[in-house]
Design a protein around this ligand. Structure first.
Ligand code: SF4
Ligand code: SF4
Length: 269
């Protein structure tokens, strides 16, 4: 995905993948060559007609960049679809309906939300995959993706996966997305009862994952704080950081749907 100053690459020491659309292979400790900048012939090509997931932390970054509420951002810039989680909708970034379906954030100079561009745009041509069980650390495997239209793979600069993620400032995203992956894994089976994806519980979990302005009101303007034991120092952090609010949302989902995790109901405390 394109940014006016983004440098991104192609496989080098790794065995070259077969040509074709969207070839994907495990990067492991290998390196790849890549650079993305206004000089590549395909500049902004990938910012058209993209089928892109947005993750909870993406929404926070984007809606704040645009000065929108999370509600307005979700309404104006996203659609939901049941994709890899049969019991919980994925949030997808809308493309504009202009010719060629460019991303709504694509300007003549490149990405207009570059500092807060979504995780998928930062990571490309890598696709990090998180996995893990229980409370242990999440494992991240990086796959290298190669689309035939992407000329960034012809550039000289060489990267390890770790160097690439640091260059693209992915660390904060990796941390929150790892926690999200733990929840998303649980949504592959149905925790919502017979009403499934139409249940009120699903709507509450969706709100706590994607709609921070509404979730903030739910935390501070309902009986939430009399029902759950949130230490004062965590409450201060939540007041000052939507990322901390989101992490509370994740803990709350684990508590009210699965009866697990560090957030305790006051009657349990
Ligand atoms: S958010 Fe930016 S980098 Fe991502 S598709 Fe849109 S314009 Fe391209
Ligand atoms: S297709 Fe590849 S090189 Fe071209 S703009 Fe997109 S990421 Fe950059």
């Amino acid at each position: 995905m394109s940014g006016s100053d983004r440098e991104t690459g192609q496989m080098e020491e790794m065995q070259d993948p077969p040509e074709g659309e969207g070839r994907r292979m495990l990067l492991g400790d290998g390196t790849f060559r890549f650079a993305c900048h206004p000089g590549v012939a395909c500049f902004t090509r990938c910012c058209h007609d993209a089928d892109m997931y947005l993750y909870p932390y993406d929404i926070i970054r984007l809606k704040n960049n645009l000065g929108m509420t999370s509600e307005a951002f979700l309404m104006n810039h996203t659609t939901t679809a049941l994709r890899d989680m049969p019991y919980f909708p994925n949030v997808m970034l809308n493309m504009s309906d202009r010719p060629g379906k460019p991303c709504a954030f694509l300007s003549a100079a490149g990405c207009a939300v570059y500092e807060d561009r979504p995780y998928a745009c930062r990571a490309y041509p890598l696709e990090p995959a998180m996995s893990g069980e229980g409370e242990g650390p999440m494992r991240m495997d990086c796959f290298l993706v190669r689309h035939s239209h992407c000329r960034g793979h012809d550039e000289e600069r060489s990267w390890t996966g770790r160097d690439w993620m640091a260059d693209q400032q992915m660390e904060a995203y990796n941390d929150v997305n790892g926690r999200w992956a733990r929840i998303a894994g649980r949504f592959r089976s149905n925790p919502f009862g017979p009403a499934g994806v139409d249940s009120p519980a699903m709507k509450m979990a969706f709100m706590a994952s994607y709609n921070m302005d509404t979730f903030r009101r739910f935390v501070f303007d309902s009986s939430f704080l009399s029902r759950y034991d949130v230490p004062p120092e965590r409450l201060d952090a939540i007041r000052n950081s939507e990322t901390e609010l989101l992490l509370l949302g994740f803990d709350w989902i684990f508590r009210f749907l699965f009866g697990e995790g560090p957030l305790r109901a006051r009657c349990d405390a």
